[in-house]
Write a protein that binds this ligand. Sequence first.
Ligand SMILES: O=C(O)COP(=O)(O)O
Length: 223
Amino acid sequence: MRFDAILFDLDGTLLDTIPDLANAANAMREELGLAPLPQATLATYVGKGTPNLVQRTLANNPAATVPDPAQMARGLESFGRHYHAVNGDAATLYPGVLDGLAAFARAGVKMAVVTNKPTEFTVPLLERFDIASYFSGVVCGDTCEEKKPDPMPMLHACELLDVPPSKALAIGDSVNDALAAKAAGITVLAVPYGYNEGMDVRTLEVDDIVTSIAQAAQWAARQ
Ligand SMILES: O=C(O)COP(=O)(O)O
């Protein structure tokens, strides 16, 4: 294979985290006197990191900004507390993830997670699902100054793994992964089962769409 490193998105790609994210988001809304939102709506608000999720969830609007900094601060504190309490409880690994990670490991490539999720929620999830040892780099939403769709986290992961972007393959579920990878000069695959902020994955500018991480490993082996 022509790749030396694989960069994985987390939410919507390796793990289905929506049930826990939605529980915490609605617990926050309740604490702030707001009615709960459907899980399907909340799923479209995930992808640009926790502060953005809190903002969208408080406003119930994907484009909204919360003008009241006090409400935002209360929301962030509340969401964080509730998400810490449930993080991983109802999350599941997607089919093909374990087989795919094992296949990439057998191929001898280095692997990293590049997620917009904050470190405090990411590391416990990787450990809980027993996949932490696959990754020699973990780049989270609070690791770099910029989050995906900025290329900075992808480029930082390449530096951590000591692999040039031209030899890296990113795998994600959303526009944030596709834009970040392309801007970094990294080949990118999309999986269709994630969130993508509610949009069809076929709208993404990616090198290919694969049905699972196991299929991504087969795709990479053919390159
Ligand atoms: O927390 C988020 O916004 C989602 O993180 P992701 O980059 O793993 O999809």
